[in-house]
Design a protein around this ligand. Structure first.
Ligand code: ARG
Length: 588
C-alpha cells in the first residue's frame, strides 16, 4: 500500500541521479530491524557496486533528490549505504483512515496481472485422498486465492491420475472378484481390495501378471468393455473426491486427468525424436544430457561410484507404452496453447523433484522460445509424533476424511467444555470450523520444504501460533462490533484518526504491511509468510486490547479511532484467514 508509493518516489529519485539505472531492481521492504525505521532499501548498494561508485555517496545523491516529506520523517543513510524510512504520523493516519472507510485493505492490485496455472491436489483414481495429498491441496488452494486477491488470472487444474499401469490389475480384479454390494458401500475400500488382492496373487501365479497386462493393453486400444469399467471407476472416485473438496471448501476451474492427454502422446514422442531430443536406449525412447550445464546442475546426469552417469528421462517404454513423463510433456503443451500462462506451478511432494527438473529441462530444449515460468512448488512430509511418516496405529496411510472427522470430534470436545450452553447445532458448526482450520493452518505454517510433526495438542491449542488462536482474536474484534451495534456505529471516525498510544501505533504499522506480505507469499510460493504475519497481528492486537480501552475511552474521538482500529484489524484477520482457506466465527 505505502510501499508501492515510496518505491515510486525512490525510483524517480534514482532515475534523476542515474538516468540509465534498471528501476525494476530498486525495491523497498520492511526494515529487518525495526529499530532502524519502518522501511529500508538496500538496492542502492547493488547499483553503486555495478558502477564502482561509493555507495554512501550514491545514497546521499539519491536522498538529495528524494521527495517524501508528506510520508516520512527524516531519512537516514546507514551502514554501507542503506536508506531507512520512518513513516510520519500523518501518513499512518491517512492509511488507517482509508482502510476504515473501506477504500482499501492495504493492498494494491497488480498493475500487470499475470496468468498462472496451478496444478495441485491431483489424486489418483481408485485410491482415496491420503495425507500425502493434504499439503498439495491446502498449499495449491491457498496460493490460488492469494494470486486472485492480488488481481492475477488463475486457472486451477486438478491433474487426476486416471491412466496408467495400475488399471491392468484393477480391471482383472474387477472382472474376477468384484463385490457389487461392497463397491456401493465404500467404493475406495473395494477398489483397494481388488488391487491389493490381484497384486498379491500375481506374486504366486506368474501367468496372472500377463493377464493383467493384457487387460491394460485392451483398455489402451479402446476395448468397449474395459473402457466402460474404467469409466465407472473414474466416476466413483471423482464423486468421493468431490465430497472431500466440498467439505474443504476447495474448487478447481478444470479437472483434466492424465487420460485427457492420451491421444497426444504418440505425437509428442515422434516430435521429440524428429528434433533429435529423444533417442533409443535399450528399446525405450529417452532424453539424455546435452552437456549444456555443469554436471552438478544437470538433471540428466547422476553421480554413481564417483562418476557422472546418464540419468535419462524416459518418454516411451520398451513395450511401446507411454508414461508419467510423456503425459506431463503433453499437458504442458496443452496448457501453454490453451491459457498462454506466464507461470505454471506444480504442487507435489519432494520425491518428485527430479521428475520436474527433467520435465522442465526437456521442455526448454523442445520449446526454447517459451517465456513461461515453470515452478515445482515442492513440500516435505507429515510425520507422526515418533518422527516417522504419519501412519494410523495399524500402520496404514492416514486417509484425509478420517483426519477431518477426528479434528472435528476433538474440537467439539473443547467447544462443549468451554461453551456448554450454546445450542448443539451451533457447537457443531463451531467445532467444524475450528477443526478444519486447525488442520489447514498446521499444514501451512511450517516452511513448506521442511517435514513437520503432526500433533493434535499443538494444532488445537488456543494459545500459540494456531488457527484457533487467530480465530479467537477475530472473535474479539467482532464482540466489539456487537456492542457497537447497540451503541450506534462506533467506528465512524469523522475528524482526524487519533493514534497516540504505542500499542495503537505498533498495530497500524503492522496492518499496513498486509499487501506486502501477500506479495511475498506469491513471489516465493510460501503461505507461511501470511501465517506468521497474522500471528504477529493477533499479538499486537492483543497488546492493544489490553492497554487501550475502547468503550471506556472518555474522549469520543479516541473511542471512535480505537473502535475503527478493531474493525480494520478484524477485516485483515478475516481476509487473511480466508486466504488461507480458513473460516472465521463470530464467537467461540
Ligand atoms: N497424481 C500424482 C500423485 O499423486 C500427482 C500429479 C501432479 N501433477 C503433474 N502434472 N504431474 O503423485
Amino acid at each position: 500500500m505505502l510501499i508501492p508509493i515510496l518505491q515510486d518516489r525512490l525510483r524517480s529519485a534514482v532515475v534523476a541521479a542515474l538516468p540509465d539505472a534498471d528501476l525494476s531492481r530498486v525495491l523497498i521492504r520492511p526494515c529487518t530491524n525495526p529499530a532502524h525505521g519502518d522501511y529500508e532499501t538496500t538496492s542502492l548498494m547493488a547499483l553503486a557496486k555495478e558502477r564502482r561508485m561509493n555507495p554512501r555517496q550514491l545514497a546521499a545523491d539519491v536522498l538529495a533528490r528524494l521527495d517524501v516529506q508528506d510520508l516520512c520523517e527524516d531519512i537516514q543513510i546507514s551502514g554501507a549505504g542503506f536508506l531507512n524510512f520512518r513513516l510520519n504520523l500523518a501518513a499512518l493516519q491517512r492509511a488507517i483512515q482509508g482502510a476504515a472507510r473501506g477504500e482499501h485493505l492495504f493492498l494494491t492490485p497488480a498493475s500487470r496481472p499475470r496468468t498462472v496455472v496451478i496444478d495441485f491436489s491431483s489424486p489418483n483414481v481408485a485410491k482415496p485422498l491420503h495425507v500425502g495429498h493434504i499439503r498439495s491441496t491446502f498449499l495449491g488452494d491457498c496460493l490460488a486465492r492469494i494470486f486472485r486477491k492480488l488481481g492475477h488470472r488463475v486457472v486451477t487444474d486438478n491433474h487426476i491420475g486416471d491412466w496408467g499401469t495400475q488399471f491392468g490389475m484393477l480391471l482383472l480384479g474387477w472382472k474376477t472378484t468384484l463385490r457389487r454390494d461392497a463397491l456401493a458401500a465404500d467404493p475406495f475400500l473395494e477398489m483397494e481390495r481388488l488391487y491389493k488382492e490381484v497384486n498379491q496373487r500375481c506374486k504366486d501365479e506368474p501367468g496372472l501378471r500377463d493377464q493383467a497386462r493384457a487387460e491394460l493393453v485392451k483398455l489402451q486400444s479402446g476395448d468397449p468393455e474395459n473402457l466402460a469399467i474404467w469409466r465407472e471407476m473414474q466416476k466413483l472416485s471423482q464423486a468421493q473426491f468431490d465430497s472431500v473438496y466440498a467439505r474443504l471448501g476447495v474448487s478447481f476451474d478444470v479437472t483434466l486427468g492424465e487420460s485427457f492427454y492420451n491421444p497426444q502422446l504418440p505425437g509428442v514422442v515422434k516430435e521429440l525424436t524428429r528434433l533429435g531430443l529423444a533417442r533409443e536406449s535399450d528399446g525405450a525412447m529417452a532424453i539424455f544430457s546435452d552437456g549444456s550445464c555443469p554436471p552438478k546442475e544437470d538433471p540428466f546426469l547422476v553421480q554413481k561410484e564417483g562418476e557422472w552417469q546418464p540419468n535419462p528421462f524416459l518418454v516411451q517404454k520398451s513395450d511401446g507404452g507411454f508414461n508419467y513423463a510423456t503425459t506431463d510433456l503433453a499437458t504442458l503443451e496443452y496448457r501453454l496453447k490453451t491459457w498462454a500462462p506466464d507461470e505454471i506451478l506444480y504442487v507435489t511432494g519432494a520425491p518428485q523433484q527430479l521428475h520436474f527438473r527433467q520435465l522442465f529441462a526437456t521442455f526448454r530444449r523442445w520449446h526454447p522460445d517459451t517465456r513461461c515460468r515453470l515452478e515445482h512448488v515442492w513440500f516435505g512430509s507429515i510425520l507422526g509424533e515418533d518422527g516417522k511418516p504419519f501412519k494410523t496405529r495399524s500402520g496404514e496411510t492416514v486417509k484425509l476424511t478420517e483426519l477431518l472427522e477426528e479434528a472435528e470430534e476433538r474440537a467439539a470436545k473443547i467447544v462443549a467444555a468451554k461453551n456448554p450452553d450454546l445450542p448443539a447445532a451451533e457447537q457443531q458448526d463451531i467445532a467444524r470450523r475450528i477443526g478444519m482450520g486447525a488442520i489447514k493452518y498446521a499444514d501451512l505454517l511450517p516452511n513448506r520444504q521442511s517435514d513437520y510433526v503432526f500433533s493434535w495438542e499443538k494444532l488445537l491449542a488456543l494459545n500459540g501460533n494456531t488457527a484457533p488462536y487467530l480465530q479467537y482474536a477475530y472473535t474479539r474484534t467482532r464482540s466489539l462490533q456487537r456492542k457497537g451495534a447497540e451503541l450506534g456505529d462506533l467506528s465512524a471516525v469523522t475528524g482526524t484518526f487519533v493514534l497516540a498510544a504505542p500499542e495503537e501505533l505498533a498495530l497500524v504499522r503492522h496492518l499496513i504491511n498486509f499487501g506486502f506480505t501477500l506479495e511475498s507469499v506469491i513471489a516465493d510460493y510460501r503461505p507461511n509468510f501470511l501465517c506468521n504475519y497474522l500471528y504477529e497481528l493477533a499479538g499486537r492486537f492483543s497488546k492493544f486490547w489490553e492497554n487501550c480501552p475502547v468503550l471506556k475511552a472518555e474522549d469520543p474521538a479516541v473511542r471512535a479511532s480505537r473502535a475503527a482500529l478493531c474493525e480494520v484489524t478484524g477485516r485483515v484477520l478475516g481476509e487473511g484467514l480466508g486466504l488461507l482457506g480458513i473460516e472465521t466465527l463470530d464467537r467461540m
